[in-house]
Structure formats: structure tokens, C-alpha cells
Write a protein that binds this ligand. Structure first.
Ligand code: R5P
Length: 292
């Protein structure tokens, strides 16, 4: 097996290759003067099971296109099979037609990958795993909630409560609570599809006097986590932390989130950023070992 380090995830891919004990393939990447992307595999992949690790965080379109070009390069160079490891899958949140005449972007990404010859896709906490059942391609969606919860446990957070900002993420809070040994709860959340405005209500769980970690798949603008943190503080929470798999936050929104009463944000390296304190490399390596 070979692990190719896509330009968006070279460091993560190198760690995965080391943990699996297989060869790492560097990618030559640059931009043409007009802004188009160029990639090239720096070694032969013929007859090799080839794993391309490329997250598709911002700039999403560039990272996504680099991924597609790498898959094409590998299949064209006659890799025996291609696995796309896409730790953060862009466009996953548009997983259905919310308003008339919209595309289903998540399906588009998967269909193009399949068309180019991707045998399977591995994602981490993809927004809506249901989308995979609509596109015939082997898939594995991993959860980073366990490693995030263990990070807090290692810091001495035993017994803290885990909360999810919406009903869909409640299973994340439940999973984390099993590791942290505290209670769990969740909010009900509505988002206006046109204005994007969010409203939220505490649906289950006690906040009074508690230390709480809010778990979610993504923190983007921070609107969701800030609203959850404010509500928990109002309900008497002592301290509130936030953990997410994918942090799309800028330094500016990070500071805004802290000013809403969140002590700190911890994320993984699916998106390498200043809040990435937990690596998904072990999780990916273990999965690849069992798959290939
Ligand atoms: C929504 O369903 C997701 O799980 C996240 O809660 C959401 O995408 C976070 O976005 P933001 O930080 O912009 O509120």
C-alpha cells in the first residue's frame, strides 16, 4: 500500500504512512499562472493499492479539484485500486434539496470521485453519512468523538457533562459521555434556510453547577456553539468548553466564540489549524490496515 500526501493533508498523510508502515508518496503541487491547479505524483503507483489523503477544507474548490486530479493521476498510472481519504468532506452539508432548484452538492462530489475510479472513500464525521447510501461506492465514515473525549479525559476532565448543539449530534454527546463518565444532553435547533438564522432550546440535560464540553461535527461561523454556550451559562453552567472534529474557524471567530463564554476550542487535524490538538492519524491508520 502507498499513502499519497495531498497538498491539503501532507503532514497527516505522512503520519498515517508511518503508523501503517508503508511508503509515503509526495505530491508536486503548484498553480499555473492563470490560477489553475497542477499536481503530480512523485513516484510510480502501478499495481499498488493507493490511498490518497486530501482534506477539502478552504479553499474547498482548489482542494477538491486537487483531489480529483490526484485520483485521475493514480488511476491513469494504473494503481491497482484507489482509496480517497477525505477527512473533511466539503459540500457535505448540502446533502439534500432544501429549496426548489438546488443541486445536491454532497452527491456531486461522490459521483465525480466514483466516476474517476475511486474504489472507496473514507471520511471523518461527515455531516450526513446517509448521503453515501445514495451513491454506489464503498465508504467508511469514522468518528473522532472518542479521541476528542479521551483528550479531555487526559486533561483531567473526568465526570464533566457532554452536550450536543442539536438532536442530530446527540449521539456524539452520548458517545463522549461514556468516555468522560458524566451525563449528557442536547439542544433542539432550527435554522432558517433563507436568512441562516438559528434558534435553540435546551431539550435534555442539566447545566446547573456543571463543567460542560459541547461536542459537534463542525464549528464554522461559531453561531451554533456560541448560542449553546450562552444558554448553558444562563442555565448555571460553571465552565463550558467546545470540541469539534472540523474547525473552520478563523482567529477572529475563535476570539468571538471565547467572548461568548467558551473557555477553549479543541479540534482535530482533519483541518490543520491552531485549535487542532488531536490527530485522526491513528484512527485512519487503523482503518486502512483493516481495509487494505
Ligand atoms: C449543523 O448541523 C452542524 O452540525 C454544525 O452545528 C454547524 O454546521 C455549525 O455551524 P456554525 O458554526 O456556522 O453555526
Amino acid at each position: 500500500m502507498l499513502v499519497v500526501g495531498g497538498p491539503a493533508s501532507a503532514e497527516l498523510a505522512r503520519k498515517v504512512a508511518q503508523l501503517v508502515g508503508c511508503r509515503f508518496v509526495e505530491v508536486e503541487a503548484r498553480k499555473f499562472p492563470d490560477g489553475e491547479s497542477y499536481v503530480r505524483l512523485t513516484r510510480e503507483v502501478k499495481d499498488e493499492k493507493t490511498v490518497i489523503v486530501q482534506s477539502t477544507y478552504p479553499p474547498q474548490d482548489t482542494h477538491l479539484l486537487q483531489l480529483l486530479l490526484l485520483v485521475d493521476a493514480a488511476t491513469r498510472s494504473r494503481a491497482s485500486e484507489v482509496t480517497a481519504v477525505v477527512p473533511y468532506m466539503a459540500y457535505a452539508r448540502q446533502d439534500k434539496v432544501f429549496r426548489p432548484n438546488e443541486p445536491v452538492s454532497a452527491e456531486v462530489v461522490l459521483k465525480v470521485l466514483r466516476e474517476l475510479g475511486t474504489r472507496r472513500i473514507v471520511t471523518v464525521d461527515v455531516h450526513s453519512p446517509e448521503v453515501f447510501s445514495r451513491v454506489a461506492m464503498e465508504h467508511v465514515n469514522l468518528s473522532a468523538i472518542g479521541i476528542l473525549a479521551r483528550h479531555f479525559l487526559d486533561l483531567g476532565f473526568k465526570g464533566v457533562s457532554a452536550f450536543a448543539p442539536d438532536r442530530k449530534a446527540a449521539r456524539m454527546a452520548e458517545e463522549a459521555s461514556k468516555i468522560l463518565g458524566g451525563s449528557y444532553g442536547w439542544f433542539s435547533k432550527q435554522r432558517d434556510r433563507v436568512t441562516g438564522e438559528v434558534s435553540m432550546m435546551l431539550e435534555r440535560g442539566e447545566a446547573e453547577g456543571r463543567e460542560i464540553v459541547i461536542f459537534d461535527d463542525i464549528i464554522s461561523s461559531g453561531g451554533t456553539v456560541m448560542m449553546a454556550a450562552r444558554t448553558l451559562k444562563k442555565a448555571g453552567a460553571r465552565r463550558v468548553y467546545a470540541a469539534c472534529t472540523h474547525a473552520l474557524t478563523s482567529r477572529e471567530s475563535y476570539m468571538k466564540i471565547l467572548s461568548s463564554g467558551v473557555e477553549d476550542i479543541v479540534s482535530t487535524d482533519t483541518i490543520p489549524t491552531f485549535t487542532s490538538k488531536v490527530s485522526v492519524a491513528g484512527l485512519l491508520a487503523e482503518t486502512l490496515r483493516s481495509l487494505l
